[in-house]
Design a binder for this molecule. Structure first.
Ligand SMILES: Nc1ncnc2c1ncn2[C@@H]1O[C@H](COP(=O)(O)OP(=O)(O)O)[C@@H](O)[C@H]1O
Ligand SMILES: Cc1cn([C@H]2C[C@H](O)[C@@H](COP(=O)(O)OP(=O)(O)O)O2)c(=O)[nH]c1=O
Length: 223
């Protein structure tokens, strides 16, 4: 398969409540309206086996084993997710939009959990091989606003704070810095979007980036 035939892999990253799932749904609707096939998925999860691991990870039952054990379990979920869902979809040439991916491990278990980057790089390589997102949208928001949005969402859904939402303000502010640092290290892959604006504005900014990167080149290639 040539590079042009392979699908496009777009990930959404950022702290809790920044609007990742909302924006992922908006972008999926836009791409579908353009006549493109889209697969939406999330991490941890995306396949039945990975969703089972998600339950354990978010329950906090693995937390006492430490961040390295958590990182290993996130990687285990990712192996199944990439093998069974992401790689086959990309091979079919469709767009895959994923709510969180490897950058979340780098930020949560690495920058905040203290697992050393070389160990994480080995786990990442084992789980995803050479697969890298074509584009990563990093939604940036002061942590107070993200936590307020997450609390509002919990009130609406009746869900309790999960293992990571329950961490303190310093943890969440550190996460924000960690995602911004990843964007600085990989500016070609990552786009930071201001997420405090109204969600329609954020959606428009994301559409513009995706149109410019992928749709205009697809249209040009088809001519
Ligand atoms: N730009 C925005 N302004 C205000 N509220 C928002 C915005 N984007 C999302 N929300 C709301 O904030 C909550 C968290 O959004 P969500 O997309 O679930 O975030 P995430 O997936 O990053 O945790 C939801 O209730 C959503 O409706
Ligand atoms: C994918 C991934 C997620 N996580 C964490 C981030 C989130 O707190 C949680 C996933 O929960 P989720 O509800 O999907 O995220 P959000 O609250 O932003 O909507 O798992 C990691 O710690 N490492 C990882 O590799």
């Amino acid at each position: 398969m040539t590079e042009a035939e392979r699908g496009r892999f777009i990930t959404f990253e950022g702290g809790e409540g920044v609007g990742k799932s909302t924006q992922l749904d908006r972008l999926a609707a836009h791409l579908r309206a353009c006549g493109l096939e889209v697969v939406t998925t999330r991490e941890p999860g995306g396949t039945p086996k990975a969703e089972a691991l998600r339950k354990v990870l978010l329950s906090g039952r693995i937390a006492p084993l430490g961040p390295l054990a958590e990182a290993a379990l996130f990687a285990a979920a990712r192996i199944d997710h990439v093998d069974k869902l992401i790689a086959p979809a990309l091979a079919r040439g469709v767009f895959v939009l994923c709510d969180r991916f490897t950058d979340s491990t780098r930020a949560y278990q690495g920058a905040r959990g203290g697992v050393d980057p070389q160990t994480l790089a080995l786990l990442e390589q084992a789980a995803v091989g050479d697969l890298r997102p074509d584009l990563t949208i990093i939604l940036d928001l002061p942590h107070e606003q993200g936590m307020a949005r997450a609390a509002k969402r919990r009130a609406a859904t009746g869900l309790r704070a999960d293992r990571f939402e329950a961490e303190d303000a310093a943890f969440h502010e550190g996460l924000r810095r960690a995602f911004l640092a990843i964007a600085e290290q990989e500016p070609e892959r990552c786009c930071v979007i201001e997420a405090s604006q109204p969600l329609e504005e954020t959606a428009r900014a994301i559409r513009q980036i995706v149109n410019a990167r992928f749709l205009e080149t697809q249209a040009a290639a088809a001519q």
